[in-house]
Write a protein that binds this ligand. Structure first.
Ligand code: SF4
Length: 378
């Protein structure tokens, strides 16, 4: 087992190889929290010390529950918000000015209806970025728009160009949003839950569109999702986020077939499985922590059935458990003392999702309710 410094973890995981186009190094974002008058200034620890690399022609999925910080991470990478600490690197160097950066890194948002202006037609939405960034080539603007629509399989182009957002289906609107992002000829596409608001029947078409863009155009794609099954389908690499931190990362098949971190096991248990008799539930394992006062040590320890004394005190380092597959969990450390590996609480209740703890493994007493401030240390 190799322990990887957290600032290098999750970078050597590109299945498609090549120098990363876009990198996050130690990215951290704290938002000021509104508290009652007189209270000490508090912050929400939305993203903390995230290191990630997007290789060319590769799809990296960031997976996690709501509130895990994955959308904030996408916005940091798009430079829509400034990090509290850490850096974003483009081609290994500091990022250029805003307009030049936007030409290379584009963000596609979750809700295609609110991201399109309802009073303008498709032609307007696609012509505008071409004009703003000086990419429109005179009389050929219509042919550029037709080409963009063709790249996202909206044909015949002249019919779709004349339509307004309310005349399109959800899937067609998302394709227009992707075409608008492609207008800049970016090298990186950050897709923030691009299919979560679409009907199940049309999700696959949009996922296949993203896969085709990677294949044909060599785009580096970040796919942000709460659905680990779709991440397995689309991505080369999966990074799992919990409470603002990446806790497991590796080749998609390995992370989903042999999850190393207890939280990843929990997340997989909630994925649809037609062969499962009992309905899975995350409720039996508690709720995500309060990020104003996140738990000390491993942030998952209040919910973890395997938590040990060390888990409540020290943040686990990322440990390489297979080539390119890392997990930040003390269970992988070989040199814990007896005191450190002392079970934290009494044995875990058997859950429908996680495998039952081995004899001697223990879990917290009550994990079935959200934590409030001040409750994180036990
Ligand atoms: Fe976290 Fe400890 Fe559970 Fe690993 S065993 S996930 S370090 S609480």
């Amino acid at each position: 087992m190799t322990i990887i410094p957290l600032d290098r973890a999750h970078t050597a995981n590109g299945a498609s190889g090549g120098r990363p186009v876009l990198e996050a190094r130690g990215l951290t974002k704290y938002f000021p929290a509104h508290t009652h008058r007189g209270a000490r200034q508090a912050v929400v620890h939305a993203v903390e010390d995230v290191t990630l690399a997007l290789p060319p022609a590769g799809i990296t999925a960031v997976v996690g529950e709501s509130g895990s910080g994955k959308s904030t991470l996408a916005r940091l990478l798009a430079q829509l918000i400034k990090p509290t600490a850490g850096n974003v690197l483009l081609d290994g160097a500091a990022t250029p000015g805003r307009q030049r950066y936007a030409r290379q890194v584009q963000l596609v948002l979750q809700d295609p209806f609110s991201s399109l202006n309802p009073v303008h037609n498709v032609r307007y939405h696609l012509a505008r970025p071409l004009k703003v960034h000086g990419l429109a080539s005179g009389g050929s603007l219509d042919s550029q728009i037709a080409e963009l629509l063709g790249r996202v399989a909206l044909t015949p182009a002249d019919q779709f160009a004349a339509k307004f957002p309310h005349e399109l289906s959800g899937g067609q609107r998302q394709r227009v949003a992707i075409a608008r992002a492609l207008a800049m000829r970016p090298r990186v596409l950050l897709a923030d839950e691009p299919v979560s608001m679409l009907d199940v029947s049309i999700r696959l078409g949009v996922l296949n569109l993203l896969a085709g863009l990677r294949e044909r155009e060599g785009l580096a794609i970040l796919y942000v999702t709460h659905d680990i099954a779709s991440a397995r389908y689309l991505a080369d690499v999966i990074s799992v986020m919990y409470a603002g931190q990446i806790i497991e990362s590796g080749p998609a098949a390995q992370v989903t077939d042999a999850p190393a971190h207890p939280y990843t096991q929990l997340l997989l248990s909630a994925a649809p499985d037609p062969d499962r008799a009992e309905p899975p539930s995350l409720r039996g394992r508690g709720a995500p922590p309060n990020l104003i006062r996140p738990p000390a040590g491993c942030r998952f320890h209040p919910r973890c059935p395997f938590a040990m004394a060390v888990c409540a005190e020290e943040r686990p380092a990322a440990i390489e458990i297979a080539p390119g597959h890392t997990s930040a969990c003390w269970l992988h450390a070989m040199d814990l003392t007896a005191a450190q590996s002392r079970p934290l609480k009494e044995p875990a209740r058997p859950g429908p999702a996680l495998k039952d703890p081995a004899p001697g493994d223990v879990a917290p007493k009550d994990t079935n309710r959200p934590q409030g401030p001040g409750e994180e240390k036990r």
